[in-house]
Design a protein around this ligand. Structure first.
Ligand SMILES: Nc1ncnc2c1ncn2[C@@H]1O[C@H](COP(=O)(O)OP(=O)(O)O)[C@@H](O)[C@H]1O
Ligand SMILES: [Mg+2]
Length: 397
C-alpha cells in the first residue's frame, strides 16, 4: 500500500503536493484510516487537500462516474468534498506510474475540524447551545440533500466533520451518494455500525430515503450530547451499541429520548417513530427534524428549556483506554496500517459486511499489527514511520 513520507512529492496537473505531518508525531505523515481507504492531508500553494487512497478491492471505474455526477452538488451546504478529482492511469499517467496505488485515488478539499467520531470517542463536551447549533447545521445539510432527491447513504460519526467553531458540519465519504442519475455502487451500503436500520441489512440503503434512520440517530446524538449522563453512556463510535438498535427497552434509547423532550416533545416523538419504524420509508423525512429545530426559540436553550444548566456542567472523563495514552484509533501515522487485510474494509456495512464494531476491529488490527511487527518496530528508526507502533507495543505487552 502507498507509503509516503514527509519528503514525498506528487506532481498533479502542474501543482506540487507535499504530505502534511501528523499533528501528534510531526516526523510522520498524517494518514487517517477509514474502512475503504487511508486519507492523507496534502498541501499545495498554501491550500490543504485530502488525498483518499483506496484499498485495492475498492478501486473501480465507477468512482470516476460518481465523482463527475456529484460535482454539481459541491455548493450544497456541507457538501464541499463533492469537488473531487479521480487520479487514474489514463487521466494522470505520470503520477500513477510513479505510485501504482494511486490509481483511482481522489483529491478533494480538506475539511478543517474534528469528526463526530472524535467527539463521541473522547467524550468531548458540547453545551446545550452548541448541541442545538450542530443539530441545526446537520439537519440543514440533510434536508438540502433530501430536497434535491439525494442521500449520502453512509452516514456515521466518522463521516461527519465539525468545523472548529462547532457551528457547521460537513459530510465526507460521499462516493456512495445516491442520485437518480448514477448506477448503484458495486458494494451497496447497508449502513455503518451503530447507525444501520435492521431492514437495510437486506435491502441496502442506497436510495432517496437512505439517510432517514442514520440521520435521525446523528441528530439525536448531537442534541443529547450536552448531557453528561449521555456522554458517559456512549458505547463507542456511536452512542448506541449496534446490538441494541431499535430495542424499545434499551436504556440508552430511553435516556436519549427523554433528553430530546427537553428541547420539545416533538423531538422525542419523532425519534420514537424512527426507532420503532419497520423500514426506512416509515422513518419521518429529514424535513421533520429541520422544521422542529427551526421552530425553537432563538434565545439560549437554558432560558426556555426545562432543564437545570447546573446538571449539564459536569465534565465527562474520557474512557480509560484513552487516558492510558493510546493514540486515537482512526488517526494513524503511515506505516503500521499499510497492510490491513481486505476483509477489514468489508466491515463498513456493505452487503458483504461483518457486524463487528469498528473499535473492536481497530483494536484487533492494532493487536495483529503489534504482534507481527513488534520485532521490526523496535528497531526501525522514527523517520520510517514506526514509532507509534513501538509505543503501542510497549503499552500492550
Ligand atoms: N475531505 C476531508 N477532510 C478532512 N478529513 C477527511 C476528509 N476525508 C476524509 N477525512 C478523514 O479521513 C477519515 C476516513 O475518510 P473516509 O472518506 O470516511 O474513508 P472511508 O471511505 O474509508 O470510510 C475520515 O473519518 C476523516 O477523519
Ligand atoms: Mg468513512
Amino acid at each position: 500500500m502507498f507509503n509516503p513520507d514527509l519528503r514525498t512529492q506528487l506532481l498533479i496537473e502542474d501543482q506540487t503536493f507535499t504530505f502534511a505531518p501528523h499533528p501528534v508525531v510531526p516526523s510522520l505523515v498524517w494518514g487517517q484510516e477509514g474502512r475503504h481507504a487511508i486519507v492523507f492531508r496534502v498541501e499545495s500553494g498554501g491550500e490543504s487537500y485530502a488525498l483518499k487512497v483506496f484499498r485495492p478491492v475498492f478501486r473501480h471505474p465507477g468512482l470516476i462516474e460518481a465523482a463527475d455526477a456529484i460535482s454539481i452538488y459541491a455548493d450544497l451546504p456541507g457538501m464541499r468534498v463533492c469537488r473531487q478529482t479521480v487520479l487514474t492511469e489514463d487521466s494522470h499517467p505520470d503520477v500513477v506510474a510513479q505510485h501504482e496505488d494511486l490509481n483511482f485515488s481522489m483529491l478533494m478539499p480538506w475539511i478543517e475540524g474534528e469528526t463526530w467520531f472524535d467527539f463521541l470517542q473522547q467524550r468531548k463536551r458540547t453545551t446545550l447551545d452548541q448541541s442545538r447549533v450542530l443539530a441545526e447545521s446537520m439537519s440543514w445539510v440533510l434536508y438540502a440533500l433530501e430536497l434535491n432527491n439525494l442521500a449520502h447513504c453512509d452516514l456515521s460519526s466518522g463521516n461527519v466533520i465539525l468545523e472548529p467553531s462547532l457551528k457547521y458540519v460537513h459530510l465526507i465519504d460521499v462516493e456512495d451518494l445516491y442520485t437518480p442519475h448514477v448506477a448503484p455502487p458495486p458494494f451497496v451500503p447497508t449502513g455503518s455500525i451503530g447507525y444501520a436500520h435492521y431492514a437495510a441489512a437486506k435491502t441496502g440503503q442506497w436510495g432517496p430515503v437512505g439517510d432517514r434512520f442514520a440521520g435521525a440517530l446523528l441528530l439525536a446524538e448531537m442534541l443529547g450530547w450536552a448531557k453528561p449522563e449521555i456522554r458517559k453512556m456512549c458505547w463507542g463510535e456511536s452512542y448506541f451499541d449496534p446490538k441494541e438498535l431499535q430495542d424499545p427497552n434499551s436504556e440508552r434509547y430511553i435516556v436519549l429520548r427523554d433528553m430530546l423532550r427537553v428541547y420539545d416533545p416533538g423531538f422525542a416523538e419523532t425519534f420514537e417513530q424512527v426507532w420503532r419504524s419497520a423500514n426506512l420509508e416509515r422513518c419521518p423525512p429529514l424535513k421533520t427534524w429541520y422544521d422542529l429545530l427551526d421552530m425553537l426559540p432563538r434565545e439560549p436553550v437554558a432560558e426556555w428549556a426545562p432543564i437545570d444548566p447546573a446538571l449539564l456542567a459536569e465534565e465527562t472523563p474520557p474512557p480509560a483506554y484513552m487516558s492510558a495514552g493510546l493514540p486515537q484509533s482512526k488517526s494513524t501515522a503511515t506505516g503500521p496500517t499499510q497492510d490491513a487485510k481486505p476483509q477489514r474494509a468489508g466491515c463498513r456495512g456493505c452487503m458483504d459486511g461483518c457486524l463487528q464494531g469498528c473499535r473492536q476491529l481497530v483494536t484487533t488490527s492494532l493487536l495483529g499489527i503489534a504482534l507481527t511487527g513488534l520485532g521490526a518496530a523496535l528497531t526501525i528508526d522514527a523517520v520510517s514511520g514506526w514509532p507509534l507502533l513501538s509505543q503501542l507495543s510497549a503499552l500492550l505487552f
